[in-house]
Write a protein that binds this ligand. Structure first.
Ligand code: SF4
Length: 178
């Protein structure tokens, strides 16, 4: 449903506003890299604009922060409808490694509504362009779904002195459960 709407509304041209609410600049560099002539995101009609008033899409980097939440929300509200928000990077998607820090509210969705999530720390420019293009229906999804396995706790801790070689195999004699 959202994909069809995106195709209709944004299929030919997409003006993006780049907002950093408090990331480390790693994601910013990759977003700006994606917009350089090397990766040439303009071939999909994706263009960077300097004001949220001209933007169809907001690319958010960094977690939701107490210090910047109001400014980010104001930028979002300044965008004309229809509008989309992409959370770029682990910080924007889930709060990153600072998710429970005193100055962090959590993922950026706590400040603005997020439509799409592009993971990575930072995501590569190819991943950003691919994520935006797939979300907007400009290309088909090629990646196969991945099945995640729950980590089993406690995690065994191995010590080098317990290592024993058996032919081509390396065997740990004992694993301490921590
Ligand atoms: S996801 Fe990684 S690279 Fe991006 S802002 Fe957070 S820490 Fe920096």
């Amino acid at each position: 449903m959202l994909k069809e709407l995106c195709q209709k509304m944004f299929g030919r041209s997409l003006w993006v506003y780049h907002a950093n609410s408090g990331g480390c600049n790693g994601c910013d560099i990759e977003v700006l890299n994606a917009l350089t002539p090397y990766y040439d995101a303009e071939r999909f009609g994706i263009r960077l604009v300097g004001s949220p008033r001209h933007a169809d899409v907001m690319l958010c980097q960094g977690p939701g922060m107490r210090a910047t939440a109001r400014a980010l929300r104001a930028a979002y509200e300044a965008m004309p409808a229809p509008k989309l928000v992409f959370a770029i990077g682990s910080c924007a998607c889930g709060g990153g490694m600072w998710f429970d820090s005193y100055s962090v509210l959590g993922p950026v969705e706590k400040v603005v509504p997020v439509n799409y999530y592009i993971l990575g720390c930072p995501p590569r420019p190819e991943a950003i362009i691919y994520g935006v293009a797939v979300a907007l229906g400009l290309m088909e999804k090629k990646a196969a779904p991945v099945e995640f396995k729950q980590t089993e706790l406690p995690i065994p801790r191995y010590h080098p002195e317990d290592l024993r070689r058996q032919g081509d195999l390396v065997i740990y004699e004992k694993a301490e459960k921590v």
